[in-house]
Design a protein around this ligand. Structure first.
Ligand SMILES: [Zn+2]
Length: 335
């Protein structure tokens, strides 16, 4: 007997509701807490955020996180909550060790705190790891097996997906690729060492290289014109803009940037043999004028057997990469 259409719809919807697994992703930042509700397919169903400015204590921060989770969840039964946080995170113990500018925010057993308040499973990872996993599951790394995510902003952040799994390392500290050393006699890095990759290829480093090139050229470069029009020192964005316009000094600087970026990628490729490297941060928007020469440079730098074994791709997930990646921690059967 055929089911009445109306009845069949109820059955289908009921089955969907039972199979549907709602997950919340939380991106904890220094200035805001962003939280989203996702369905099985990774569609964001609702989103909220709170500024962290007025929060006075760790308890305030935790209470605010819980409030945002309750707000986006509404009546949905939540199967898990993923949290991405900057700084040093012990994912296996679910602890925030330290690292962001929030009141009292060190040695916080955030996973246990949230699990007891929400009555659901909670997973906690470093923000670069969340972004890496998000790109692997839903972004530019879809379909790859070994994917390295590298984001170039003020520093260099990175996360490793090896043999299809997010690789944490013994203390969840794996993947600080920005602090692999390119030149032991190089500039002092924020970590206190000299010549880390980050001092050659981060957005900050690109700006500094632009400033040095302008000084060497006696101030004659479109980079300095663009910067002074905005009342700013030369920054990475001016290097890219001036190079795109054909400014010779900027083109030389960009070639230098591409060389050092390629050196770091070479180390990654020799270490992990990835099939895909996803590049996030400001440079991911630089387009083919950056990606094509970088691909060529990197392919020339690596040892012969590695040539042609990897792709460089711009990141696909934008501002909500942390929220999406945190929720994706509950996504299984990825490939
Ligand atoms: Zn360093």
């Amino acid at each position: 007997m055929l089911l009445d259409d109306k009845y069949r719809d109820i059955v289908v919807n009921d089955n969907l509701e039972n199979k549907q697994k709602y997950i919340v992703g939380v991106d904890l930042g220094g200035t805001k807490i962003a939280t989203g509700l996702f369905d099985n397919q990774g569609q964001m169903l609702s989103r909220t955020q709170r500024a962290t400015a007025g929060l006075q204590s760790a308890e305030d921060v935790i209470a605010t996180i819980v409030e945002t989770i309750r707000e986006v969840s509404g009546d949905h039964k939540i199967a898990g909550v993923g949290v991405a946080s900057p700084g040093a995170i012990d994912s296996r113990r679910g602890m925030i060790l330290n690292g962001i500018n929030l009141p009292g925010w060190s040695n916080i057993p955030l996973q246990a705190e949230l699990e007891s308040r929400l009555g659901t499973e909670v997973k906690l990872v470093n923000d670069a790891n969340a972004a890496a996993w998000g790109e692997f599951v839903y972004g530019a790394g879809r379909g790859s097996l070994n994917m390295i995510y590298v984001t170039f902003s003020t520093g260099i952040g990175s996360g490793l997906v090896l043999d299809g799994q997010l690789f944490l390392g013994s203390n969840s500290f794996a993947g600080e690729l920005g602090h692999t050393v390119i030149d032991p006699h190089g500039a002092v890095c924020g970590c206190g060492r000299r010549g880390c990759w980050e001092t050659f290829a981060s957005g900050t480093a690109i700006g500094r290289m632009g400033q040095e090139a302008v000084a060497e050229a006696g101030g004659i470069s479109l980079m300095s014109e663009l910067a002074s029009a905005e009342d700013l020192p030369v920054m990475a964005t001016h290097v890219f803009q001036a190079a795109a316009a054909g400014d010779v000094v900027a083109c030389d600087t960009l070639a230098n940037v591409i060389h050092y970026t390629g050196l770091g990628l070479m180390n990654i490729i020799h270490s992990f043999n990835p099939d895909c490297i996803v590049i996030g941060g400001g440079v991911s928007r630089a387009g083919s004028a950056f990606f094509e020469p970088l691909m060529k440079q990197t392919d020339e730098l690596v040892m012969e057997p590695y040539r042609g074994t990897f792709n460089l791709k711009p990141a696909e997930l934008k501002d909500d990469v942390g929220v999406i990646g945190a929720a994706a921690l509950f996504k299984d059967n990825v490939n």
